[in-house]
Design a protein around this ligand. Structure first.
Ligand SMILES: NC(=O)c1ccc[n+]([C@@H]2O[C@H](COP(=O)([O-])OP(=O)(O)OC[C@H]3O[C@@H](n4cnc5c(N)ncnc54)[C@H](O)[C@@H]3O)[C@@H](O)[C@H]2O)c1
Length: 250
């Protein structure tokens, strides 16, 4: 078991990649706190995990609200006294509304970027007082290359996730908190990607830009997130590299 006895929070885990990560983390021995605003879907994911004799619970969290992150922190500290892993996964698609709307720009930044800041702030305030932890932020390929057909607020918000991740990783490495971002390519359409879901021509035109000409599987991303969350990805300050062929880590 790669996450034995770890306490994990995964946001946006009622559906899609977050749900796949919740299932995989639970199978690997973690207790998973499934956070979302879709209470029925999130409760179903938690129930299915518990029915399989793994361990999960659902917790209502709107990731854009700082007071709700504070409530989650109190819940975690009262119940477990620590947090080992946070996956900031919740997000909105940038393909569902008016691609020139400023209100949509603001919404994308609240849900996709500010949420990651709030999540890191909350998790770090716990992890810096224990023996570290791991944070994985779900960004997008849209933070790495220019993409067509999507609101600039989406690409900007995912770019912000990328750079906040890098800066936070530098700032908290000395507390043994590892912080990484993951950049999925084209995955099963997000629930909020209405144009992708409803317009087959649009979908076909986008898939042609993917070298493998297929959509990724949620499990493919979940496995990458699992590695980064686990102790296998433990390259942090304090590890000594071998200089004489001898053994390594302290
Ligand atoms: N699907 C793709 O093609 C793709 C590609 C690259 C990156 N991503 C990113 O991966 C992440 C997961 O995407 P997905 O495809 O699984 O999407 P999804 O739409 O299937 O799931 C997103 C989840 O986030 C939740 N959510 C939305 N707003 C929230 C809020 N304010 N508070 C809490 N939860 C909220 C939704 O209820 C939903 O359960 C997102 O950050 C997305 O931007 C997706």
């Amino acid at each position: 078991m790669r996450l034995k006895n770890k306490i994990s929070v995964i946001t946006g885990a009622a559906n899609g990649m977050g749900a796949a990560e919740a299932n995989l983390f639970a199978q690997q021995g973690s207790h998973v706190i499934i956070c979302d605003i879709l209470d029925d879907d999130g409760t179903n994911v938690a129930n299915q995990i518990n029915e399989s004799n793994y361990s999960a619970e659902y917790y209502h969290l709107d990731v854009s609200q700082e007071d709700q992150w504070q409530n989650l922190k109190h819940h975690i500290m009262d119940k477990f006294g620590r947090l080992d892993i946070l996956v900031n996964n919740a997000g909105l698609s940038g393909t569902s509304g008016d691609l020139t709307s400023t209100d949509y720009y603001d919404e994308l930044n609240e849900i996709n970027a500010k949420s990651v800041y709030l999540g890191m702030k909350t998790a770090i305030s716990i992890m810096e007082n224990q023996n570290g932890g791991s944070i994985v932020n779900i960004s997008s390929m849209a933070a790495l290359v220019g993409v067509d057909y999507v609101h600039l607020g989406y690409t900007g918000s995912k770019g912000a996730v990328r750079m906040m991740t890098k800066a936070a990783a530098v700032q908290y490495a000395d507390k043994s908190i590892r912080i990484n971002s993951v950049h999925p390519g084209m995955m099963p359409p997000m629930a909020t990607a209405k144009r992708l879901i409803n317009d087959p021509k649009f979908f076909d035109s986008v898939i042609k830009t993917v070298p493998m000409e297929r959509v990724g599987k949620v499990e493919e991303v979940a496995n990458a997130v699992l590695f980064l969350a686990s102790d296998e990805a433990s390259y942090i300050t304090g590890i000594e590299l071998p200089v004489d062929g001898g053994s390594t880590a302290k």
